[in-house]
Design a protein around this ligand. Structure first.
Ligand SMILES: Cc1cc2nc3c(=O)[nH]c(=O)nc-3n(C[C@H](O)[C@H](O)[C@H](O)COP(=O)(O)O)c2cc1C
Length: 194
């Protein structure tokens, strides 16, 4: 087995969803963010449509995102269900992160390509970013709250960008448990030999 395969397998297995309370407060160098985005853009796409789009939020833009998430909570929670603590919590994660990448899609006008294929291509790009972040020692995770549909407008993104989630990133605190489990390959596979 090649060293490359062993290295890649370990990297894939070690990648975890790491949440912002487990990030250290230091910033991430802009050049490093660009390298992560570059790896994202090497994802495969049917007909090479490259439908992914990203907005990079750092510094005060993170406060803007926090405010947008909090506003969504207020506008979409009935008076009976409203809780001050939940309201505050809804905007907490961007402020605990060094950088948030707003994962967007600009769908191709080519009607031959089904929408799911374009979405799948963006998911491939996100996995590239996630593995890259993990290899760099960054904690990261893909978040998909209902509020994401309001974000292109709230953040002033181009009109044809649809938001598929938020990719939170920050330097990983020591001691975060990187272990997880998966079902056995046999449980999810059927072999057909004839
Ligand atoms: C498309 C997608 C959407 C996700 N959305 C959320 C989310 O909204 N909130 C969350 O806590 N985790 C979210 N996750 C992360 C998963 O919870 C996480 O990957 C899963 O628990 C497995 O953990 P692991 O990635 O550490 O192996 C999402 C993952 C994917 C692929």
């Amino acid at each position: 087995m090649s060293k490359e395969f062993i290295f890649l397998s370990e990297l894939i297995e070690r990648r975890r969803a790491v949440y912002p309370p487990f990030y250290r407060p230091e910033k991430i160098d802009k050049n490093l963010i660009i390298k992560i985005l570059k790896n994202a853009t090497w994802a495969p796409t049917h007909k090479r449509t490259e439908p992914w789009r990203f907005a990079v939020l750092t510094d005060t833009a993170l406060q803007k995102l926090s405010a947008a998430l909090m506003q969504y909570y207020v506008q979409n929670t009935s008076q009976e269900l409203y809780a001050e603590a939940k309201h505050k919590k809804s905007g907490e994660r961007p402020l605990q992160s060094a950088c948030v990448l707003v994962i967007c899609i600009s769908r191709s006008s080519d009607s031959v390509i089904p929408a799911w294929e374009e979405t799948a291509a963006v998911a491939c790009a996100v996995q590239n970013m996630w593995l890259s972040a993990s290899a760099l020692g960054l904690g990261a995770y893909w978040s998909t709250p209902a509020a994401i549909k309001t974000l292109p407008k709230a953040l002033g993104l181009p009109e044809d960008w649809e938001c598929l989630g938020l990719f939170y990133m920050g330097w990983l605190k020591e001691g975060y448990p990187l272990l997880s489990e998966r079902r056995a390959v046999d449980d999810v596979t059927i072999w057909l030999d004839s």
